[in-house]
Ligand binder design. Structure first.
Ligand code: R7I
Ligand code: MG
Length: 312
């Protein structure tokens, strides 16, 4: 394998297993109040003892998107809906809007029409962003194709400009982490510049400001970030937060601890943050004990390999 191929494989498996690990380890604390970073590390240890850790809709949808992208690299919304239905299991903790949308598809509403059947302008939940890592890797070397594919993937379920823009920001983060092998404030600046909505653009800019103004300890920084950037299930109040955690954490370990300490939508913020950190640092940076504790790790690792092969 060339150096390029090795790097791509590490980034692809890092991004996909990062999604899985963040989802599985963050899941037990969804809705929890904010806490300190040392307590978050203790939570991680306690959670690992409860293995095997089930994944949720975050991973299920990332797998559905990855399998779709392997067949349709530029994303075909109606076919992507079929992939989602094939993977769908109702007990995975899907968002309320997503559950109703899937019901619409099942009753025969064409997927392209159903997108605005639940929320009139489409959903601005973080669902299109949390699943987008496979696209970020697949099109890491082609920003324009990435943007087109992400928009098509998002409009199926998150047609609202903010839902779409959150997915774009997260996808660009994974793409930059993959192609540059790093993720820091320089990459955040690129993402803030590329935002197409004021909500997501302001969130990512605020995340950058918080990182540049950093003073005091990590726990204080986490508390401030949670308040300012948000920890809710809506895209503009969780994607910037996850990108902040991916930088503030400094490592896979630190990023997961920051994401859990933030509280709120911990599984999804952790899934997004660790996907970015995993793409930058590579799959080997994910503690093997964490990966082995997660349901479906072998399947996700293999799907990561196939995405890397397709991207190479
Ligand atoms: O975005 P989505 O897939 O949810 C993802 C989250 C993650 O945390 C998962 O772990 C899972 O727990 O859910 O699902 P949606 O239902 O599309 O959006 C999530 C929520 O955002 C909705 O249930 C609404 O509460 C809110 N929301 C909106 N509220 C009002 N108007 C999203 N869009 C709108 C809107 O247009
Ligand atoms: Mg969640």
């Amino acid at each position: 394998m060339t150096h390029h191929d090795t790097r791509l494989l590490a980034a692809a498996q890092g991004a996909l297993l990062g999604t899985l690990v963040g989802d599985c380890l963050g899941g037990p604390f969804e809705g929890a109040p904010a806490t300190t970073v040392p307590k978050a590390h203790q939570r991680i240890e306690r959670t690992l003892a409860q293995r095997p850790l089930p994944y949720s809709d975050d991973t299920q949808l990332a797998v559905a998107l990855a399998l779709h992208v392997l067949e349709n690299p530029d994303v075909e919304p109606a076919r992507f809906a079929e992939h989602i239905l094939r993977e769908f299991e109702p007990h995975r903790g899907y968002g309320a809007g997503m559950r109703r949308l899937i019901e619409e598809w099942r009753q025969g509403t064409p997927p392209t029409e159903a997108a605005t059947a639940v929320f009139p302008e489409g959903s601005f939940g973080n669902g299109a962003a949390m699943r987008v890592a496979p696209l970020g890797v697949r099109w890491a070397g082609a920003p324009e194709r990435l943007e087109e594919a992400v928009v098509r993937s998002a409009e199926l379920t998150h047609a609202h400009p903010v839902g779409r823009d959150g997915a774009l920001a997260q996808a660009r983060a994974v793409a930059l982490a993959t192609s540059r092998g790093r993720f820091g404030v320089d990459e955040l600046a690129v993402i803030a510049d590329g935002a197409t909505t004021a909500e997501v653009g302001a969130g990512v800019s605020d995340a950058t400001t918080l990182l540049l103004d950093w003073s005091g300890d990590q726990t204080a920084a986490v508390a401030t970030a949670g308040r300012r950037l948000g920890t809710e299930v809506v895209a503009h109040r969780s994607v910037p937060t996850a990108l902040w955690a991916a930088v503030a954490g400094g490592s896979v370990d630190g990023t997961l601890a920051c994401a859990l300490a933030l509280g709120g939508d911990t599984d999804t913020i952790a899934a997004m943050a660790v996907a970015v950190r995993g793409a930058a640092d590579g799959a080997d940076a994910l503690p093997e004990e964490w990966v082995a504790a997660c349901e479906g790790a072998d399947r996700v690792r293999e799907i990561g390999r196939r995405i890397a092969e397709a991207a190479g």
